[in-house]
Design a protein around this ligand. Structure first.
Ligand SMILES: [Zn+2]
Length: 120
């Protein structure tokens, strides 16, 4: 499943950040997902929960921020909003539209508890 490997990628990012920055628990993960990214969000949420079990991000909330799709229309010579990959230009109907934004999926922020200075 495509979303499972995406979720595993998120886990790798979280674990590497935890090692680099020394935090002990992740409360929330903020993801940026473009509207043109081929990501099934419901499925991703499910995979995220499964993949994070037993890690420091177990039970962490997953927040998804959508990024609108933008393409460069070669006929118009300008950026136009598009709803899906391979959509025609909304202004002139041309299919010569190159996606320029909204195809990404990345971890934007982590809400964490520090584990560095806490001696209990
Ligand atoms: Zn156009």
């Amino acid at each position: 499943m495509h979303e499972m490997s995406l979720a595993e990628g998120i886990r790798t990012i979280v674990e590497e950040a935890a090692q680099a920055e020394g935090f002990g628990k992740v409360n929330a993960v903020v993801l940026e997902v473009g509207e043109l990214a081929a990501v099934e969000l419901e499925s991703l949420r499910f995979c995220f929960e499964v993949v994070m079990q037993g890690t420091l991000a177990e039970g962490a909330a997953l927040t998804v921020e959508r990024v609108a799709g933008v393409g460069w229309c070669m006929s118009c010579g300008e950026s136009v909003p598009i709803k899906a990959l391979y959509d025609p230009c909304p202004k002139c109907g041309s299919y010569q539209v190159q996606p320029t934004d909204g195809t990404q999926m990345r971890v934007k922020a982590l809400d964490v508890d520090g584990a560095v200075e806490r001696a209990e």
